[in-house]
Design a protein around this ligand. Structure first.
Ligand code: PLP
Length: 448
């Protein structure tokens, strides 16, 4: 029997050493879960992670979403190995593979006519926003409360939901995600509330002719998959068209996951520009942005063209991984399997919550669903604030202590990959039942 609740000896050692070499002892901020809890991974396979002390976890975090097939998928890895051993990793020149991958994406996503590559979601969003500005010759950018679009200064503004009083009438204040974000980066950014029709109409009435683009995740992968309604998203689409603003749909999390054609396929609504990353390469670092040919054609190295470049852009590790991953997603039943297993997992969790007498609501599609302890599905980020996120956190820590890895924050959805089909769902239901019981007992004792 593995004991997950205690700190492992190797974790203690690695954490202490890492502190001497990296701020907070981690390679990037979001991995730091406190000295006791920061997870050091030794290896991964399928839907399983093995930590540095040899403990195995079934993983629903999936590296924040990129793993769509499973860790170390043999089909993808073989394609990458062949590419880098037979051809190379990068040359700084064009290859036939560039066009091949774009053609694959176009076959899956009818919203794409032309495309450029990038190395991360952050870079893809930077590219899309700059292209929107270059095309419209406008500067103002609109984002949606609760969304996340990477580390680009202008995207690093959020509603201070933690310090907001949901019983009052004042809206949450807008703050930077952290230090080092210049105040000027806020000047051209507007925040709107998802599904708030009046706010949307008022913004376009007041500022419609100044807006270069609206950037959003229709299924907010960074707010527990709270989703836009069909009518609100359609209204946004229509207003963008009417006012000449670009609709930028950020499919970094939803792309090639919630459907072959991402969130846009589910809604039947097309963006002018779209960003992709994560599931596109099953964990290999690859990203892209693209959209209408007329819009994308402002990108180029001629005078006045929109600048886009990057030493590692379109490298062969990334593109061979994307080619192999997209082929599987397009030509096999992988996404159907993910939907089926995701729905089964949602159902079993629903049984667990109901048996424990907990009010719950799921948001988003089975491939990336959010769990909210509340009676009705939240319709925007402010609604999330009044869900019982403390109970969720306690439940999540219990799951982790029982060998189920996930982000202990209900704003991060449960990600499903094809390899989850191998999971013993009876075991998961049993573990979830025990974890919920322990979380409820902790809550009754006043623990947070
Ligand atoms: C919707 C969305 N856009 C952009 C990003 C940034 O992507 P990356 O971390 O690859 O820079 C993320 C990251 O989680 C994301 O969820």
């Amino acid at each position: 029997m593995q004991d997950f609740s205690k700190r492992g000896p190797r974790q203690t050692q690695l954490m202490a050493e890492a502190h001497r070499h990296m701020p907070q002892g981690v390679a990037e901020n979001y991995r730091y879960w406190g000295d006791e809890r920061t997870v050091f991974i030794d290896s991964s396979k399928g839907c399983w992670l093995t930590d540095c002390d040899g403990r195995r976890y079934v993983d629903f975090r999936l590296g924040y979403g990129p793993i769509i097939l499973g860790y170390r998928d043999d089909r993808v890895d073989a394609a990458v190995v062949e590419q880098i051993t037979q051809r190379g990793t990068l040359s700084g020149f064009a290859t036939a593979l560039d066009t091949e991958v774009v053609k694959q994406i176009k076959a899956m996503c009818p919203n794409i006519e032309k495309m450029r590559f990038a190395n991360s979601g952050t870079e893809a969003v930077m590219g899309a926003v700059r292209t929107a500005r270059g095309y419209t010759k406008r500067d103002r950018v609109v984002i949606v409360e609760g969304g996340f679009h990477g580390l680009y200064d202008e995207m690093m503004w959020k509603s201070d939901i933690e310090h907001w009083d949901p019983t009052g009438t004042a809206p949450p204040s807008v703050i930077p995600f952290g230090g080092g974000i210049p105040g000027q980066a806020r000047e051209l950014v507007e925040l709107i509330v998802l599904n708030d029709m009046a706010m949307l109409d008022a913004l376009f009435k007041q500022r419609g002719e100044q807006i270069a683009c609206v950037v959003l995740e229709p299924i907010i992968g960074n707010a527990g998959s709270i989703s836009a309604t069909q009518t609100w998203l359609q209204r946004l689409r229509d207003l963008c068209t009417e006012h000449g603003a670009m609709l930028v749909i950020d499919e970094v999390k939803t792309g090639f996951r919630v459907a072959k054609g991402g969130a846009q396929e589910l809604y039947g609504i097309h963006a002018d520009l779209t960003t992709y990353a994560k599931a596109m390469g099953n964990g290999y670092p690859v990203a892209a942005f693209g959209g209408r040919a007329e819009v994308m054609d402002v990108v180029g190295s001629y005078k006045g063209g929109v600048v886009h470049g990057g030493t590692y852009t379109g490298n062969l590790v990334a593109l061979s991984a994307a080619q192999a991953t997209l082929k599987i997603l397009d030509q096999t039943d992988a996404l159907k399997t993910i939907d089926r297993v995701g729905a089964q997992i949602r159902d079993l969790l629903g049984r667990v919550f109901a048996a424990a007498g907990i009010e719950y609501a799921f948001a988003g599609p089975p491939a990336m669903f959010g769990i909210h302890f509340t009676s009705t599905v939240p319709t925007n980020y402010r609604d999330w604030r009044v869900t019982n996120s403390d109970l969720y956190r306690a439940f999540a820590w219990q799951l982790i202590d029982h060998g189920v890895m996930l982000e202990p924050d209900s704003r991060e959805p449960w990600f499903i990959c094809e390899a989850h089909q191998e999971l013993d769902l009876g075991w998961l239901e049993e573990v979830a039942t025990r974890s919920m019981k322990a979380a409820c007992e902790g809550a009754a004792r006043g623990e947070r």
